[in-house]
Design a protein around this ligand. Structure first.
Ligand SMILES: Nc1nc2c(ncn2[C@@H]2O[C@H](COP(=O)(O)OP(=O)(O)OP(=O)(O)O)[C@@H](O)[C@H]2O)c(=O)[nH]1
Ligand SMILES: [Mg+2]
Length: 351
């Protein structure tokens, strides 16, 4: 097995790197499924590196360095720097960041053409996707369920500025060829969308074989049943690398301010045309935002979602600064402990 098939290139290796490069394909309660030139296997974190906070916990898609252990779990000794990652506020811990996936080139945002289609949710996903460091692609699934996919396409075009939008059906195969062309071999794409939109069905349709389990949706409201329960990186027969994810129950915002500029480029451009630089877009004369709303160039809903995302982004940014400080604090404690240990003194008790 050549790891380059899984998107690895030697430039990713830092100087004097020790160990064998590998890519994480799934995470199961502290045990990491991985692939390396030695084949498929599992790995566990080397506690001296990870408990001290020196290394970032790996996630699906991460490239790591391992020491293979014959007949057992390899030892993961290092997480290589990420070119992109996607994170959200950890829904279990309330506070803190959960990295969902790493090192992907494309973020595929899926919505299905039934009750799931929601332009405001798509806006939120787009903002997060731009912020990840990769490029978003919007995929409108289950096109066989509507006689008029163009209505949805036009709606999506009004907000997904500068990114491809495709309509597909895993059932009839419509649009699959265009999607295959977009997901080039050697590139990694992560699938994101609510439960039941057909992420795993699409993975199977692209692969031409049933790699992932697929589940029925609820008849009354069209929602999925959370069939996929963990994130999984897969190499398809045509060389495409995909990360299938479970439908997210909660899309927490995290450091979205850098993605807002791209998702709402129209609004940010309008704002620069206001007469006053500090225009609050309420009552000032010469306000381009109010003018655009009045003449129908900008919808009131889009303006409101921009404002609410801005508020959320500001909150997230403050939180991130707080967490960065906290992480540094733990690093300092770990450093202090190491020094104390080597001089035979007492450890700091972490609470
Ligand atoms: N009509 C139609 N149904 C589809 C299509 N794609 C998927 N489905 C159905 O939608 C349901 C959910 O599909 P999944 O692929 O399990 O959805 P998912 O997004 O992976 O869901 P989670 O794993 O729960 O996040 C299944 O009953 C599929 O058969 C499609 O293109 N057209
Ligand atoms: Mg699934």
């Amino acid at each position: 097995m050549n790891l380059s098939q899984y998107g690895f290139s030697p430039e990713l290796l830092p100087e004097n790197a020790q160990g064998l490069p590998a890519r994480i394909t799934a995470v199961h309660r502290g045990r990491f499924a991985l692939i390396s030139e030695a084949g498929e296997g599992y790995g566990k974190l080397k506690s001296a590196e990870y408990d001290s906070g020196r290394e970032e916990y790996p996630t699906v898609g991460d490239f790591v360095l391992i020491h293979p252990v014959p007949g057992g779990d390899s030892q993961i000794i290092r997480t290589l720097p990420r070119k992109s990652f996607f994170s959200r506020r950890d829904p279990d811990r309330g506070r803190g960041e959960q990295i969902i996936a790493a090192n992907f080139d494309l973020v595929i945002l899926l919505q299905s053409l039934n009750q799931d289609f929601n332009i405001r949710r798509l806006e939120r996903y787009l903002t997060l996707a731009w912020q990840s460091g990769a490029s978003p692609v919007v995929v409108l699934t289950k096109s066989d369920l509507t006689s008029d996919p163009n209505t949805y396409l036009l709606q999506a075009q009004t907000i997904a500025l500068g990114c491809p939008i495709l309509t597909v059906s895993a059932k009839t195969g419509e649009g699959l060829d265009d999607l295959k062309k977009t997901l080039c071999p050697g590139m990694t794409s992560v699938f994101l969308g609510s439960s039941g939109v057909g992420k795993s069905s699409l993975v199977n349709a692209l692969a031409g074989e049933p790699l992932m389990d697929v589940g029925e949706i609820r008849e009354d409201d069209g929602k999925g049943r959370h069939t996929t329960t963990h994130r999984q990186l897969l190499l398809l027969p045509n060389g495409t690398i995909l990360i299938d994810t479970p439908g997210m129950r909660e899309l927490g915002m995290w450091d979205v301010s850098s993605g807002l500029g791209e998702s709402f480029a129209d609004i940010e451009a309008l704002q620069t045309r206001c007469r006053f630089r500090d225009c609050t877009h309420n009552t000032e004369p010469g306000c381009s935002i109010r003018e655009a709303i009045e003449n129908g160039e900008l919808s009131q809903e889009r303006w409101e979602s921009y404002q609410s995302l801005r508020r959320e982004a500001k909150y997230s940014d403050d939180k991130e600064a707080y967490l960065r400080e906290k992480q540094q604090w733990y690093k300092n404690i770990a450093k202090w402990n190491r020094r104390q240990k080597s001089s035979g003194k007492r450890r700091w008790e972490e609470s």
